[in-house]
Design a protein around this ligand. Structure first.
Ligand SMILES: Nc1nc2c(ncn2[C@@H]2O[C@H](COP(=O)(O)OP(=O)(O)O)[C@@H](O)[C@H]2O)c(=O)[nH]1
Ligand SMILES: [Mg+2]
Length: 241
C-alpha cells in the first residue's frame, strides 16, 4: 500500500472550476493538493487561498509571479512537491476534465509502474463533449508524437498522471525547455528514455464547461517542433542520467 499522495494542479483563470475540483479531491482519502496559480486575473489565486483555509493542512497554494506558463508552473510545483513526505505525486488539470474519482485507479497502478497515465486512448477510456476538430487534433498529436519519438504510450498528451515521488525527483527538470503543453510530452519522453515503466489506466475525459481553454497557435507550433527536438537531443538526455 502507498502512503499519502500530493496532487499538483496548475491554474490560470479557473475560478468557477477550482472549488468543485477541490471538493472532489478532498473526498479522496490520503490526498493533499498544491495549487500553482499564475496570478490569474479572475482571482483564482484568492479562491485557492480561501479553500486552503477551509481545508487547512491539506491544501497549499503557490502564487507564481515569474513568467506565466504551464511548464514553468509544473517545474516550480514539482520542485517543492518532491521535498514533501509523500510517496506519490499526481498532475491534474483544474478545469474538471479530469475526474478525481479516477485518482484511486491511477494511484493503485503505481505499484507496478514509475508513471501512470490517465489515458483516453486505451480500452475503456473516452472523451466526452469534444468537438470533432478537437478530437482529430488530439488523435493526430498522439500519432505524430508516437511516430516521431517511438514513445509507446497511447496518450502522450494527457495531463492526468501519477508519479512515484523519487522518479519525479530524479528527472532533470531544469533542462526542460518546453513552455506549454509540450512540457507534458517532454517529461514523458525523458522518463521513457531513462527506462521508467509507463502504465496507462482508462479515464473518461470531460471537456470543460466553465472558463476557457488556453490552447493557442503558439502552443500548437511548439507541439509540432518538440518531438523533433526531443529526438535530436536524445543523446544529451541520456548523458544527464
Ligand atoms: N499555472 C498555469 N496554469 C495553466 C496555464 N495554462 C493553462 N493552465 C492550466 O492547465 C490546465 C489545462 O489547461 P486548459 O486550458 O484546460 O488546456 P486544454 O485542456 O488543453 O484546453 C488547466 O488547469 C489550466 O488552468 C499557465 O500558463 N499557468
Ligand atoms: Mg482543459
Amino acid at each position: 500500500m502507498r502512503g499519502p499522495a500530493l496532487v499538483i494542479v496548475p491554474t490560470f483563470n479557473e475560478r468557477a472550476n477550482l472549488p468543485v475540483l477541490i471538493a472532489g479531491l478532498m473526498a479522496q482519502p490520503n490526498v493533499r493538493v498544491m495549487v500553482v496559480d499564475d496570478q490569474s486575473p479572475d482571482g483564482t489565486g484568492e479562491v485557492a487561498d480561501a479553500l486552503a483555509c477551509q481545508h487547512s493542512g491539506r491544501i497549499e497554494v503557490m502564487h507564481r509571479s515569474a513568467r506565466r506558463g504551464l511548464g514553468r508552473s509544473y517545474i516550480d510545483g514539482i520542485k517543492k512537491g518532491v521535498q514533501e513526505p509523500v510517496d506519490v505525486i499526481c498532475q491534474m488539470d483544474a478545469d474538471l476534465s479530469h475526474d478525481p474519482s479516477h485518482l484511486p485507479d491511477l494511484i493503485a497502478a503505481i505499484d507496478r509502474a514509475d508513471v501512470v497515465i490517465g489515458s483516453r486512448y486505451v480500452p475503456g477510456g473516452q472523451v466526452v463533449n469534444w468537438p470533432v476538430r478537437r478530437r482529430y487534433l488530439s488523435r493526430f498529436a498522439n500519432l505524430y508524437i508516437r511516430s516521431v519519438t517511438r514513445l509507446g504510450a497511447r496518450d502522450c498528451t494527457s495531463g492526468y498522471r501519477c508519479w512515484r515521488r523519487e522518479v519525479l525527483a530524479s528527472l532533470p527538470l531544469d533542462d526542460f525547455i518546453s513552455d506549454g503543453y509540450s512540457f507534458l510530452v517532454e517529461m514523458l519522453y525523458v522518463a521513457w528514455r531513462r527506462r521508467c515503466r509507463i502504465s496507462e489506466v482508462p479515464i473518461t475525459f470531460v471537456e470543460r464547461r466553465e472558463g476557457e481553454s488556453k490552447l493557442s497557435g503558439g502552443v500548437l507550433f511548439e507541439s509540432a517542433i518538440t518531438p523533433w527536438r526531443l529526438i535530436a537531443t536524445r543523446g544529451a538526455t541520456e548523458r544527464r542520467r
